[in-house]
Ligand binder design. Sequence first.
Ligand code: FSO
Ligand code: SF4
Length: 542
Amino acid sequence: MFCNQCEQTAKGTGCTVIGVCGKKPEVAALQDLLLHAVKGMSLYATEGRRVGVIDQEANTFTCEAVFSTLTNVNFDPKRLQVLINTCAELTAKLKEKVARAGGNVNFTDPAASFIPASDLEGLVKQGEQVGLISDHDADPDIQSLQQIMVYGIKGVAAYADHAHILGQEDDIVYAFIQEGLAALANKDLNLNDWIALVLKCGEINLRVMELLDAANTGTYGHPVPTTVPLGHKKGKCILISGHDLKDLEELLKQTEGKGIYVYTHGEMLPTHGYPQLKKYGHFYGHFGTAWQNQKKEFAEFPGAILMTTNCIQEPQKSYADNIFTTGLVAWPGVQHVKNGNFGPVIEKALAMPGFESDEDKGSVMVGFARNTVLSVADKVIAGVKSGAIKHFFLVGGCDGVKSGRSYYADFVEKAPKDTVILTLACGKFRFFDKQLGDIGGIPRLLDIGQCNDAYSAIQIAVALANAFGCGVNDLPLSLIISWYEQKAVAILLTLLHLGIKNIRLGPSLPAFVSPNVLDVLIKNFDIKTITTPEEDLAAILK
Ligand code: FSO
Ligand code: SF4
C-alpha cells in the first residue's frame, strides 16, 4: 500500500505497511481501485456533458464513492466491494447513454474499460496496480499537483454529499469532480494546466461550501449564540459524532419523549446553535472533545454512540457493542444502520445504564457564524477603529494526534487580550473551553462552526474588508490553520483561490507537496509553516 493523503502519514512520507489511521493494506487497495473505477466513470461523464448527457445517479454516486476514500471514513472491505461493483454497473449504463448521444466512448485509459474481479481477493489484486502515484516515471511536480487536486476533490465530494442530503446541489460541482478525475488520464497536461486545476478545485470548494451553508441554514436556521453544557444529566443517553445535521435531526425526532438525552461529540458541537435543532429539550450538551480522543472518551460514555461521518477510529472492546455507523462511515464488525433508521441505536441506549447522576462541568458558547457576527458588525468595526480590538486570528482547522498540535492552544493562550480569536472545525477542542473574556461585550473566542463553515469565516472577512474599504489581505486578520485530512486540503485551496496570503499552516507540511510546488506556494501566497506561538505572534503583531 501507499497512502500519503493525511497529515499523520507514516514518517511524514507515506503509510506503506498499515495506515497510521488503522487502514489495512487491502482496504487501501480497494480504495485505490474505487477511485480508479470512478476515474473511468468520470471520463464518460465528462464526455457525456459535452453531448448533453447529465446522469444524476452517476453524479451522486461519484460523491459518495470519493467521500468513502477520505481519511477515517470507510474501513470495511465488503462495503468498498459493493461500491466498486456499483461503480462498474453505473459506468456501463452511462457509457451506453453517451454513445447513444453521439459522444466518444473509445478511451484508451485502462480505467475506462475496468471490469471488477468477482471476489474480494481479486479486487485487492486489481487495486494494488492502480494507486494514484503508481507511475514512477512521472514528473514529481505534476504528480504532486495531481495529488493536491485529488485530495482537494475528496474534500469537495464530502461537502457535496452533505449538501445533497439536504437538497442542495449544483452541477458545476459534479462536473468539476469528474473533469478533475478524468484529467488524470490525460498525459498531455503540463504544469500550468495542473496548477489551474488545483486552483479551480479551490473555487469549486467555495461553491460547495456555499451550498452546504445554504443547506444547513436553510433547513435549520442561522446559528444563534448558545450555551452548551459540558457536563451531563442523569438518564439514558446517546452520543452523536460527525458532521451530518440531517442525521442529528432524525435522531432528535426519534428519541423525543423516550427519556434519552442526546449529546454531541467532536464536529457536532456547533449544531447546538441551530434554532431548528436546539428546540429539542432533550438535546442536552457536549460530551468529551474531538475525534482523536474517541477511544478514551467513548469508553467512558454510558450510552449508545452514533458516527455519522468521519472520523472513526478502531472501536475498543469496551464500547464495540454500543457504537453504530451510518451513511458512508463503516468499520468491519460495527453495526451499520441506514440513515434515519435509528431504532437499534435507541434500543441500545435504553438497554444501557446511562448517567447515574447530574454533573456540572461548565459550558462553552457556540453560534458565532456569519449571521451572528455580522449582526454586530458595527460594534466590531467600532472596536477596531477605537483600537480596542487590535487584531483577529482565525485559529482553526482539523485536529490530529501529534503533540506538536499543542501549538494552537498555546497560541490562543498567548494571544494579547486586545485580540479576538475566531475558530472552526475540530482543531478548536484544544482551547474551546478557555475563558478568554470579552472586548466591549464581544467574546474574545468566537466559534464559527464546523470545518465547512470556513465559508462563514470567509463571508465575515469579506464583509469586514468591504466595511474598511480594503482587501482581505489588508485586514488586521491572520490565519493560523491546522490541517489533518482532505477537507482541510480543499479549504486551503479555496483560500489560495481567493488570493489569501500569509497563511500559517501546521503542524507539518503535506507529504504530497514537492519542493518546487512548495516554492510556488511560498512565492505566490507567502504561505508559511508554524514556528512557535511566541515567534509567530511577534512576527504578526510587529
Ligand atoms: Fe475534524 Fe475529522 Fe471537520 Fe475533518 S472531525 S478532521 S477537516 O473530518 O472534518 O474538522
Ligand atoms: Fe496513512 Fe493517513 Fe492514508 Fe491513513 S489516510 S493510510 S494515516 S496517509
